[in-house]
Design a protein around this ligand. Structure first.
Ligand SMILES: [Zn+2]
Length: 630
């Protein structure tokens, strides 16, 4: 069967004893079940898979109410699980943000900014908060403050670049009240001109607090809009085949205040992704009190299969946290870090709370391990390190002995250039040392650390795991630490399920497991490596429900709610930029060409305006006009 339209409700068998809710047939299903690695069809009842096999095996299970979907011989995989995603915070802000994720040129990025500034109401900001870097742009650079001023003379613009810097236009400097007398928080730097006035550039040196506290001064969405924003963000993640994530807490993500949106959606059965979350103490000096209060009121495991508390972290206290700004030297560990971490870990272990812990450098990891070993030879609770870019073999052995696991992300895809410049090619080739993690049998899950450094698009991370290159295509990770596609996918599914104690029920397409699966636009196992990052989902199913459908499957998912506020950048630009691999239909190519042309003509208009020319006549619109040659 090639290229037939997906048909629903065919082949109903009135004799079917216990008809199923959904049958997916004619697929190339990669099950990750060692007992049956390949299948063509599967059946779903009450959110779980009840049969896996060939098309004919499903016939007796199809009743009049069964929805039958033809997968059109496409590749089907278990739903992806990002083991380190700031999904809750990302959801609260998604509809406020202009995403530059995947935008191919700075020219286009600035055009988007200009367009968005034009429709942004007075008092609101335009913010670009992570997910991009200058290396992805054809121009290979960041925007300048004056470019932001030109694009948005009156609307505050805040552009966050990784955890390294924020670029603010003049209106944003005014809006956050930054003056020549402003004092930066510890570890932050306000760049000033000769007169001593802030230029608009804020630097994490190396602490990112300065960037976040500036961002936190912007307007927020109303509570009702935060619900819609979260739903649209989850839908955007479904677009790339994500069906689960483990939330890592994060700065300004207070519990329980900022968990209202996901909790309400969970109550109403409106989550389209499964979220396991961690609790992250916010205030330096009060971390222990926060942990104690939470331990008294909630427990890991609270919730259900859609939204569940998984433990503490990724910070347990601020003092042991190392900031991964590779343009700056590694931060020194404050003296009190060991003491504060020990108190937190003892408290957690005594109360049977698992945790995750942010740690970039081996120096941090080995100091943390000293603390853990002091608490107990084996911690006896589920725990894992996040990031671990420079973890040593000795530390990996100690992690294994203490019963720990790991969660790695493609941060080097975005920051690898800065890392290589500071630490050299050899170190960058093994950052993180994935092969050594896997060889020790350590549970090693994959993810992104989105949304403020990496993009949330899991296919960038899957490409990085396989190809080991930066977002600009420059080689970084040695072949020793790159993994084959089967391994990469297991790290992005089963391993994440392992970190939440769900490895027996999630990440595999077999009888009894959650019906979380994805029909892919291109076959992950056979596309050229450099095209992995262009893959999207065409059909995403979570718990047996179709939550996202595109291409030949369009119309099969319930319609999305309207985007509020109506001026949201997402209403005009969507989320991750639609990339255009050569295989994309010509309609998408044309849409891209129109956007490129609009960006180009605006640049042309400005070039003329600056030089005192009037508006161009049609006859002057020559493609070889000098401004295109510059
Ligand atoms: Zn982290």
């Amino acid at each position: 069967m090639i290229n037939t339209m997906p048909v629903e409700g065919i082949a109903a068998d009135p004799e079917a004893k216990q008809p199923v809710d959904l049958v997916l047939r004619n697929g190339r299903i990669h099950t990750q079940d060692p007992a049956r690695p390949v299948a063509a069809a599967l059946a779903v009842r009450d959110g779980r898979i009840v049969a896996v096999g060939d098309d004919q095996d499903m016939a007796p299970l199809i009743g009049p109410q069964t929805r039958v979907v033809d997968a059109l011989n496409r590749r089907v995989i278990p739903g992806l699980n990002d083991s380190h995603l700031h999904v809750i915070r990302g959801g609260l802000n998604y509809l406020l943000e202009l995403r530059w994720d995947g935008v191919p040129s700075l020219r286009m990025a600035l055009w988007m900014l200009r367009e968005q500034a034009g429709r942004t109401p007075h008092g609101q900001w335009v913010r670009v908060v992570g997910g991009w870097t200058g290396e992805q742009f054809a121009e290979q650079r960041l925007p300048t403050v004056s470019e932001l001023n030109a694009a948005a003379p009156d609307t505050p613009v805040f552009v966050l670049h990784l955890y390294q810097s924020a670029i603010l236009n003049r209106a944003a400097i005014r809006a956050i009240g930054l003056t020549r007398d402003s004092v930066p928080p510890p570890g932050g730097q306000i760049v000033r001109n000769h007169a001593g006035d802030p230029t608009g550039l804020l630097l994490a040196a190396p602490a990112a607090t300065i960037l976040y506290s500036a961002l936190a001064k912007g307007p927020k969405l109303a509570e009702e809009e935060q619900l819609g924003s979260t739903r649209h963000f989850l839908y955007e993640l479904n677009r790339f085949g994500l069906t689960s994530a483990i939330d890592a807490g994060g700065g300004f993500q207070n519990f329980p205040e900022n968990y209202g949106a996901v909790m309400k959606l969970a109550e109403q059965g409106l989550l389209t992704m499964r979220i396991a979350y961690h609790l992250f103490p916010q205030t330096p000096g009060q971390e222990f009190d926060d942990l104690r209060r939470w331990i008294a009121t909630v427990r890991p495991g609270d919730g259900d299969e859609w939204l569940r508390l998984n433990g503490a972290g990724e910070n347990l206290a601020w003092s042991p946290a190392d900031f991964e700004n590779f343009t700056e030297p590694r931060p020194l560990r404050p003296e009190k870090a060991d003491r504060e971490l020990e108190a937190a870990v003892r408290l957690l272990v005594e109360n049977d709370w698992g945790f995750r812990l942010h740690a970039t450098y081996d120096e941090t990891i080995s100091a943390n391990l000293d603390v853990f070993e002091k608490v107990a030879p084996k911690l006896g609770v589920p725990w894992f390190f996040d990031h671990a870019e420079t973890v040593s073999e000795t530390s990996l052995d100690r992690i294994a002995a203490l019963g720990g696991s790991l969660s790695v992300q493609n941060r080097m895809m975005f920051q690898g250039g800065a890392f290589r410049d500071r630490y050299g090619v050899a170190k960058a080739a093994a950052a993180p040392p994935i092969r050594q993690m896997l060889d020790r049998g350590l549970l090693t899950a994959a993810g992104t650390d989105a949304t403020r450094v990496s993009s949330y698009n899991p296919w960038l991370s899957l490409e990085w795991l396989v190809r080991g290159r930066t977002i600009g295509g420059s080689p970084l990770m040695s072949s020793e630490h790159r993994v084959d596609r089967e391994t990469a996918l297991r790290m992005y599914t089963l391993a994440g399920a392992g970190l939440t104690g769900e490895a027996n029920i999630k990440g595999m397409l077999k009888e009894g497991c959650y019906a979380d699966l994805v029909v892919l636009s291109d076959d992950f196992f056979s596309v050229p490596e450099e095209d992995i990052s262009h893959i999207e989902s065409l059909l995403t199913v979570v718990g047996g429900r179709i939550v996202y459908a595109a291409g030949e499957f369009e119309g099969m998912a319930p319609p999305q709610t309207a985007i509020q506020p109506s001026w949201s950048p997402v209403a005009f630009f969507g989320g991750f930029h639609h990339t255009v691999p050569p295989t994309m239909p010509s309609g998408v190519r044309q849409a891209q060409a129109v956007v490129e042309a609009a960006a180009e003509s605006e640049e042309h208009r400005q070039w003329r305006a600056v030089r005192g020319f009037g508006e161009p006549h049609a006859s002057e619109e020559e493609i070889f006009d000098s401004c295109f040659v510059l």
